[in-house]
Write a protein that binds this ligand. Sequence first.
Ligand SMILES: O=C(O)C1=C[C@@H](OP(=O)(O)O)[C@@H](O)[C@H](O)C1
Ligand SMILES: C=C(OP(=O)(O)O)C(=O)O
Length: 409
Amino acid sequence: MSYVVKSPVSLKASIKLPASKSICNRALILNALSYSPYEIRNLSDCDDTEVMVKALNSNDRDFDIKAAGTAMRFLTAFLSKVVGEWTITGTQRMKNRPIKILVDALNSLGARVEYMEKEGYPPLRIFGSALQGGEISLAGGVSSQYISALLMIAPLMEKGLTLHLEGAIISKPYINLTLQLMEQYGVKADWSGQTIKVRPQDYHPIPFTVESDWSAASYWYSMMALSKNAEIELLGLFKNSLQGDAAGAKLFAQLGVGTTYTDRGVILKHNGNRTKKLNYNFVNEPDLAQTFVVTCVLLNIPFRFTGLQSLKIKETDRIEALKTELCKLGYLLTDSNDSILEWNGERCEPQAHPVIATYEDHRMAMAFAPVALVVPEGIEIADPQVVSKSYPHFWEDLKKAGFIIIDNG
Ligand SMILES: O=C(O)C1=C[C@@H](OP(=O)(O)O)[C@@H](O)[C@H](O)C1
Ligand SMILES: C=C(OP(=O)(O)O)C(=O)O
């Protein structure tokens, strides 16, 4: 299946963005750990949140969390402290996304988690029991989700938890997000340098409403950056967001998009600024990298993006995927050190009728959709349904904004 996406005559939209799946999936765990009587408001209907809701509400012992990294990591930790025997699996790709650092950590804190197939990867068999906790060291440079997963169950461990993070810490804002939400549910932690400490404490339930997703907002910022005339309002976003990807607004100011905050969201306007080259370290906002790579080449702005080391173990190897798909459009990117992606303006022969492959990665589909604004015949995107991982209504929202979307079967 593929969609051909064509530019609107004029791009005008007021969009209710999906709720942040990162916040939803933390709030679901914290609601469960606090035995909350409250239903979370504005919960996303995206796949990654639906698999969490289903797992937490079911009487099953075997869970399939599909492609959701957060659900795999958070539930592995959560289930290891719920008495019983559980299994957890996911898509073929999930079976190749590493989880050893988390499993080793849990096992040394008193849990029993075993591999069912390949050592170091899902699926897992989990024998849940009360956890002792204590003091451990773990690498901070592979995925922050391991750290968030441990932190959320930490106050319920007998001795609490002291985590010494080794080496560089990637995706820090997501660890902050976890700690801030834990604090809203009444649990305090201390983070100083490379060490995070959580004493034994109880969670306290609260009514909770989820903010809109700043990562999803980035695709609309990209469309604004690529349009001559556009009016875009995004609802449910806040300036003082808990989400690290809110940093995208500042970065897009260098690509010509200004942000005005209102009491119901943001309004995007052209600000007349456009940098000649963009250098940025995405270590804190890895999910924004694809948006900026595609937007920059289309604006003819050379870039050097560093801090991309986690992109290789996400929904797909995003560095390879970006290079391959942009080559189809005539842009030659180079990568180095497994963590740097650059474009110095080099071009290659574009394909006559490119079809953008999406590699089961929602962000490949969404980052490439704005290409429609610069290519008169539009852009064909394969397997467009992948967006349901985080933004199920993405294509409907594009239609509302005036895009023409043709289902090519
Ligand atoms: O904790 C989270 O909600 C997330 C953390 C990040 O992953 P890594 O920590 O693996 O970089 C991010 O890429 C992912 O989309 C969501
Ligand atoms: C990396 C992502 O998700 P996850 O790791 O939770 O599967 C993402 O949404 O870009």
